[in-house]
Ligand binder design. Structure first.
Ligand code: PLP
Length: 344
């Protein structure tokens, strides 16, 4: 890996970040006449903690990672965008990403005027390390991996992630949005050994907080510090911070177990349909399902009956495929019932 100073954009290295009133005085007791807030207490009249210290301390306990290695953003999308803004000079640098995968990497790159080079997974959605590294050149600053991957649902072998991170000169961004549904271990356990790794997780999926918009990034403290300097000062609002602290303390294990049990039940049911060619293995809370004939016809029938799934059949490598999120037992039965009518 290159030195962090060689990877960061020059303007980011020399940035003097905005200093908020709450950065300059961090006590909680006193008469606060420093932030031009309204003095009338209605529960929302004060600015939120720009450093999200209480939320990070709860996350630190749950994830087993120190607070100075945690970034909290307005969804993972903010962390993805910040990766481009920190490391990629618009119009000059590039990023390499495995494909098919999450669409936001490309959108964030396009907004930042960064070329993305896609390295396509094989028919079993496996990644070729040599092909991936061959797509990189001296202007490749970021490498995007997603495991478990969206939309294929499979995980990359831990060893492969380690190898790629070791051999790549720039920053590896590993998106673990679905890691809580996986039997594979998170790369967080090995964060200390990989200084050029940024692990993304989210509270949107397993934790059931998609509406609060909370994305997490984990990396060495120097990277987290630069992300914090570049983010909007109050990027996570007070309500999100407070509710997340409560939900995190409640835990999510029971729900995750239920989803995983349902996933295997739905897999078995789908596999038995004649119309289904294949249900791909999944470490996530969705199944990628390939139909023998027309996926569009199944998609439309489901829509007509009020069940909405994601039509991925126009994505390269996902021809005739629908991506079906695992819902409650009843929701899944409803979906299965509609497909069985087509099947019969
Ligand atoms: C859903 C998802 C996310 C989560 O995005 P948020 O902005 O945190 O809601 C991130 N990465 C992948 C691959 C996803 O599928």
């Amino acid at each position: 890996m290159k030195e962090l100073n060689q990877l960061l954009r020059a303007n980011i290295l020399s940035l003097s970040p905005y200093s908020t009133a709450r950065d300059e005085f961090q006590g909680t007791i006193g008469t606060f006449l420093d932030a031009n807030e309204s003095p009338f207490d209605n529960g929302s009249n004060r600015y939120p903690d720009p450093r999200q210290r209480n939320l990070k301390s709860v996350l630190s306990r749950i994830k087993g990672v120190s607070s100075d290695r945690i970034f909290v953003g307005n969804g993972s999308d903010e962390a993805i965008d910040l990766c481009f803004r920190l490391f990629c000079n618009p119009g000059l640098d590039n990023a390499v990403a495995m494909a098919p995968s999450y669409g936001m990497y490309e959108v964030a790159a396009a907004i930042n005027d960064i070329e993305v080079r896609e390295v396509w997974l094989d028919a079993e959605f496996r990644l070729d390390t040599e092909q991936l590294l061959a797509a990189c050149d001296e202007r490749t600053k970021l490498l995007f991996l997603c495991s478990p991957n969206n939309p294929s649902g499979n995980s990359l072998p831990a060893q492969q992630i380690q190898q790629i991170t070791k051999r790549f000169d720039g920053i590896v961004v590993l998106d673990e949005a679905y890691i809580d549904f996986s039997s594979a271990e998170s790369a967080l356990a090995r964060l200390d050994t990989m200084p050029n790794l940024i692990v993304l997780q989210t509270l949107s999926k397993a934790w059931g907080m998609a509406g609060l918009r909370l994305g997490l990034a984990f990396a060495q403290p120097a990277i987290i510090e630069y992300m914090s300097r570049v983010k909007y000062p109050y990027n996570v609002n007070m309500a999100s911070q407070q509710i997340a602290i409560e939900r995190l303390q409640e835990g999510t294990e029971g729900n995750v177990k239920l989803i995983c049990i349902e996933r295997e039940r739905v897999r078995a049911a789908l596999t038995a349909f004649r119309a289904v060619e294949r249900v791909y293995p999944s470490d996530a809370n969705f199944l990628l399902v390939r139909f023998r004939n027309d996926a569009d016809a199944v998609y439309t029938r489901l829509i007509d009956r009020g069940v909405i799934v994601r039509n991925r059949s126009r994505v390269r490598g996902c021809e005739r495929c629908l991506r079906i999120t695992i819902g409650t037992c009843r929701e899944n039965d409803n979906m299965l019932g509609i497909i069985s009518q087509i099947d019969g």
